[in-house]
Design a binder for this molecule. Structure first.
Ligand SMILES: C[S@@+](CC[C@H](N)C(=O)[O-])C[C@H]1O[C@@H](n2cnc3c(N)ncnc32)[C@H](O)[C@@H]1O
Length: 202
């Protein structure tokens, strides 16, 4: 337990302990199945955990079914599940069977609840999510297509994007109408979390 780190992440002791267990499993499994790029593993708390927790914070005021698409090694969806905030049920969609096995292992070993769907997003039964997240999965136009399938009408998408986010928004506006708020990232200069709702085709 590192109290200074736990406090800077603004998580409870219990959540921090689950996150520590997750980080240990990431180190153990990563050499075999490449869950995160090897170079980022030494800096996992900043590059991945803090980066995912800020997506969670952007969900302030929301509750219900949280669906994370293309979860990979669990970012940000598994971190949301490990935080165990009341009012959310978390589903992780990841088509790679080995990564899905990893996600289930972390949930089981940390005593956390969550569902892992080891299927392709396009083939998964529509989820009617209240909150939909996806990090490093696809460009915004494709992500909004996934939202059409999996986000409830009143739902909110939380999509971390890098410094070219304005270009992606402009590209997506050619095919979709949507309300978009850009929340500054605390982990990368120029990056944002797009908070998107009221999506429809133009
Ligand atoms: C670049 S990784 C990002 C993983 C994680 N979100 C992160 O930020 O580290 C993209 C993940 O999405 C999964 N994926 C890509 N296309 C998918 C699809 N159509 N259906 C389900 N999973 C998909 C891949 O297997 C991979 O694990």
């Amino acid at each position: 337990m590192n109290p200074a780190l736990a406090s800077s992440l603004n998580v409870s002791r219990e959540t921090f302990e689950r996150l520590e267990h997750y980080v240990a499993l990431l180190h153990k499994w990563n050499p075999k199945i490449n869950l995160v790029s090897r170079g980022t593993l030494q800096d996992v708390w900043e590059r991945h955990i803090r980066d995912s927790l800020q997506v969670f914070e952007a969900a302030e005021g929301l509750t219900g079914a949280w669906v994370d698409l293309g979860s990979g090694g669990g970012l940000p969806g598994l971190v949301v599940a490990l935080a165990q905030r009341p009012g959310f049920s978390v589903t992780l969609v990841e088509s790679d069977q080995r990564k899905a096995a990893f996600l289930r292992t972390v949930l089981r070993e940390t005593g956390s609840t969550g569902t892992v769907i080891a299927e392709r997003i396009e083939a998964t039964e529509p989820q009617s999510a209240a909150v939909l997240s996806a990090r490093a999965l696809a460009a915004l136009p494709q992500l909004l297509g996934f939202c059409e399938r999996h986000l409830a009408q009143e739902g909110v998408a939380l999509l971390p994007k890098g410094i070219t986010w304005k270009n992606e928004v402009a590209e997506a506006q050619k095919s979709f109408s949507f309300h978009c708020e850009a929340i500054k990232s605390c982990t990368q200069e120029g990056a944002v979390i797009l908070r998107i709702r009221e999506i429809s085709r133009v």
